[in-house]
Design a protein. Structure first.
Length: 276
């Protein structure tokens, strides 16, 4: 008998965090879901620990090994190996609150949506802080924005398949930025809720200074994400307003400053042309 929801969890090492994430799934008030854990080339020792954690899980769980490299490829591989009506991608270092799936599936039942989004509260250095993902975005789809984090959205499989949406496997750091924008651009039927249904674990590096938080790979991935989103907006005849154009320039300046603070001087010179 098929369940309603597929929960896809990419994991690379960090078995203790995976155990905590799976515990938050065991505690869900709505249980009509299956879990697929996608191992992203963990070490043999970690792979063995992950298998033991999955075996101890009190529900339906599948452990598969990704054929690609990186979290985006693992998410795509997990999607291709599941078949239920709704999909939630859920990173192994985050936590779902007990009402997450019940809340989101009830939102779907209230209307015909392509995806529904509820909020995730930040955990920074082990403490809950007053910052959130999943706030209601601007209605202008040409706006420069980051609508939601991975675990915020419960998505219709039919929508993903019909619109040919995939996680960008060439962008290993900001694929969620591209994915969330693509979903919004290609959909006319979505809704946002102010209810907090998850905790997002902010990596320590990202809560530090700009010099410590962005390496060259992350800087390049953010440049690429901005360019890819702009390309998609242009394809759909969407034009960002003046405020959004200013925000894009400010963010590019932010990335150029990161180049200088990290000593990427040659890369800084090559990237100057990306400012405007």
């Amino acid at each position: 008998m098929h369940k309603m929801i597929d929960v896809i969890v990419p994991v690379k090492g960090r078995p203790s965090k995976l155990e905590r994430a799976l515990k938050s799934l065991e505690d869900q008030t709505y249980q009509e879901f299956e879990v697929t854990v996608v191992n992203d080339h963990s070490s043999p020792e970690d792979r063995n620990d992950i298998a033991q954690i999955c075996a101890a899980y009190k529900g339906t769980i599948n452990l598969i090994d990704s054929k690609g490299t990186g979290a985006p490829a693992a998410r795509n591989f997990g999607f291709g190996n599941t078949q239920n009506e709704y999909v939630l991608w859920f990173d192994s270092d985050d936590i779902l609150l007990p009402h997450k799936l019940e809340h989101d599936i009830q939102m779907f039942k209230s209307n015909t949506f392509d995806f529904v989004v509820s909020r995730a509260q930040h955990i920074e250095k082990g403490m809950l802080v007053d910052r959130y993902w999943g706030k209601q975005p601007q209605t202008n789809k040409g706006a420069f924005q980051f609508p939601f984090q991975t675990m915020c959205a419960l998505v219709s499989r039919a929508f993903i398949e019909e619109k040919s949406i995939k996680w960008n496997e060439d962008n290993l750091s900001n694929d969620d930025w591209e994915f969330s924008n693509e979903c919004m651009i290609k959909s006319e039927r979505y809704t946002f809720s102010n209810t907090v249904t998850a905790h997002y674990n902010v990596p320590d590096a990202t809560s530090g200074s700009i010099g410590s938080s962005l390496n060259r790979i992350k800087i390049e991935s953010q440049f690429k994400a901005i360019e890819n989103i702009a390309r998609l907006q242009k394809k759909h005849d969407l034009k960002p307003g003046l405020y959004s154009r200013i925000r894009i320039i400010r963010h590019r300046l932010f990335l150029l400053q990161a180049c200088l603070r990290n000593g990427y001087y040659l890369y800084f010179m090559k990237s100057l042309k990306r400012l405007f």
